[in-house]
Design a protein around this ligand. Structure first.
Ligand code: HEC
Length: 127
């Protein structure tokens, strides 16, 4: 029965490790859905700073994509409001960062896609 014990230990470990995912996918959880294309934009253009992997606690406090699905509906709609606002004003990623990494700028199509998603999702979570 040695094997059985091994698997009993391994199984919970796998269950714990899985959600964070090796590829760092934004979590698709509780009420908030991340369609593939939206997820790809977030991964490429936001995630480095606004996720558990980010360096700055201040920036993560403003927005952490990993935590968004775990928040209350009212917090989610507040965050989604901020997201729409920065997209509206073209404030993210920050200009200072784009000077060094111009390739990280959102294209118009990406901005439109994210905005549409944020608007739709905000409506859904506030229901
Ligand atoms: C290079 C790091 C970096 C990247 C990449 C980045 N951000 Fe930010 N973000 C910041 C910083 C720094 C702040 C805090 C700015 C401030 O306080 O003035 C911030 C703040 C924010 C805020 C909060 C604004 C507020 O007033 O509450 C939102 C929302 C946001 N970012 C969304 C995004 C989105 C969406 C993306 C991807 C399109 C993105 N960010 C990409 C660094 C980044």
């Amino acid at each position: 029965m040695k094997h059985l014990r091994f698997y009993l230990i391994l199984l919970p470990a796998l269950l714990i490790l899985q959600p964070s995912g090796m590829g760092g996918d934004a979590p698709a959880a509780a009420g908030i859905k991340f369609p593939k294309k939206v997820n790809a934009i977030i991964q490429n253009k936001c995630y480095g700073c606004h996720s558990n992997e980010g360096q700055s606690d201040k920036v993560k406090a403003k927005l952490n994509w990993d935590l968004l699905p775990t928040m209350s509906a009212s917090e989610q709609s507040e965050k989604l409001g901020h997201i729409m606002e920065v997209l509206e004003k073209g404030k993210m990623p920050p200009a200072r960062f784009l000077e060094k990494e111009p390739g990280m700028k959102l294209t118009d199509a990406e901005t439109a896609k994210l905005k549409k998603w944020a608007k739709k999702t905000a409506k859904k979570v506030s229901k």
